[in-house]
Design a binder for this molecule. Sequence first.
Ligand code: IVH
Length: 670
Amino acid sequence: MTTAAEAKKRVQQLRDEINHHNYLYYVEDAPEIPDSEYDRLLRELQALEQEYPDLITTDSPTQRVGAAPLKAFAEVKHKVPMLSLNNAFDEQEVSDFDRRICEKLERKEITYAAEPKLDGLAISLLYEDGVLVRGATRGDGSSGEDVTQNVRTIETIPLKLHGKGFPQTLEVRGEVIMTKSGFNKLNETQRAKGEKTFANPRNAAAGSLRQLDSNITATRPLEFYSYGVGQVTGGKLASRHSDILKQLRDWGLRLNPELKVVKGVKGCLEYYQNILNKREQLNYDIDGVVYKVDGLAEQDVMGFVSRAPRWAIAHKFPAQEEMTTLLAIDVQVGRTGALTPVARLEPVFVGGVTVTNATLHNQDEIDRKDVRVGDTVIVRRAGDVIPEVVSVVTSKRKKGARKFKMPAHCPVCGSEVLRLDDEAAARCTGGLFCEAQRKEAIKHFAARKAMDIDGLGDKLVEQLVDEGLIHDAADLFTLKKDDVAGLERMADKSAQNLIDALDKSRSTTLDRFIFSLGIRQVGETTARTLAQHFGSFDALMKSKEDELINVSDVGPIVAESICHFFHEKHNRDVINKLLKAGISWPDIEVTPKSKQTLAEKTFVITGTLSSMGRDEAKAKLIALGAKVTGSVSKKTDYVVVGENPGSKATKAEQLGVEILDEDKLLALMK
Ligand code: IVH
């Protein structure tokens, strides 16, 4: 039996302990205890609070969820206005900004705090004596909405500040964002429930924070990053912006890991480039970077123009979403016969390039987004990802906008189009009878990661097939220089180059050859695993499904696909022709199981290695039984870090995954 006094003491202990672990987990990114232990502490606290409800306080870590839904949000007046930022769209505008500051402050070089510009929504958090008493949206900058119940559900927002020395009143400002992975998952669940999906993480974050029922907000993957302060009374903060942020961090508020102090325009622009390069790898959307004069005294001298400070600027990245008109929907046939509807667009500059085509994925997606020909649509191009139509601006829909229906027959070969129950894609049933599928198969065969036939690009493959010079990949090796020289945009020299490249490609490796065949479900990695497992092409071709399933990473679907491929006579014919044409590879030594010293170990490689290429390292690791994947997770055993590593190295540190330099890797491979 616990007495009330004992319970009170234990409750306090538990809260302190839980808050401490929250700090380690969310701020330091360095948890000390396993999740199970954390849950145990939380459950113990919950049980005690249930038994002694008088002990419950609003800042208890158990009190994040469960508040009754509101009827409306109350208005909050911001004592210190929440400002906006001026934008710079190019280097010139950044250097103009810097020049104005240098002139006014009579300095040669300015120190700036550089931060990512997070694409979420601005939030103000008010702490009184270290306890979170109010959360508010920015609104128009002078007044916003009281969303206290909702921000309380965000785990990265402390209900109680950590440590000591914080001012009596401290208003923290920052951005609430939804992670990209959280956003994708949320949309999947919404779709599965037949509920509305969100166009992007920002809208999803905004929609989630504006829920009257905080129990809904609690289910949404929201996170908070602090980037400044508002009202501060009863205490003094540091005199540089970057130092204030460090204080916030000590008090339990999470900072963005990419924050940096830089010097002059040069430092700003280097930072911009560095973050732009990382943009796709970050798990949250950013639309630029922000430069802030680091010294507060200097900020004061600079002052404001209307609603924006003269001491800060947002240097924007090229927009990733733009609006344009959908002119038509065409259907493309891929290597595996999948029919992809492609949007033909009024050209639009987005993500740094002019886009005229965008994928619409499949019929279900078109129906879900209700995309019609003639619509005004939002197009997204992020990084190197294929541009896609994200949504329709329905309010701009004109009369006569036409719905789209997938054709019943292949637009290329006329064969029937089938859609299997469990597949999103409709497929042409023509197989290699279908010219589109043949062309795609040959393009794949010639690709850099497959047979690597230099100079044999997509356009040339299409011409060769259109002119009837080749029918399948094996015919490539029967081409004569004169056949090729007669083609459009081909001269004697380029024709000879192609013949030479074809010759050179004859000596290859087994894994490249397997990959080049374009077997469904067999990507580069699987091809490598298969080569290593079977050691010879003959053995692979003769293998049965039950043997294939035993190969690591090959499941029943992949196994079936491989058997199916070799079962087709026309595939075997092409393979025989290829082998007769002289394609060959060095023998593979299959490492016996007993020598597979890295069996079951998962590796990620980042950065440049000096003694071997990344592909070579990958192949060696696989030969030793290891798995090599592209992203770091808790399941990763080792991250190999070479020169100029990417964000994977940081991720590994955060997760506590063992990091190997090149020497250690070589030692492991011995
Ligand atoms: S500072 C006076 N820092 O951008 C400074 N804002 O256009 C005002 N934002 O409403 C804000 N990341 O929602 C600042 N690192 C960052 C930011 C950031 C995103 C947003 C914020 C604000 C808007 C200003």
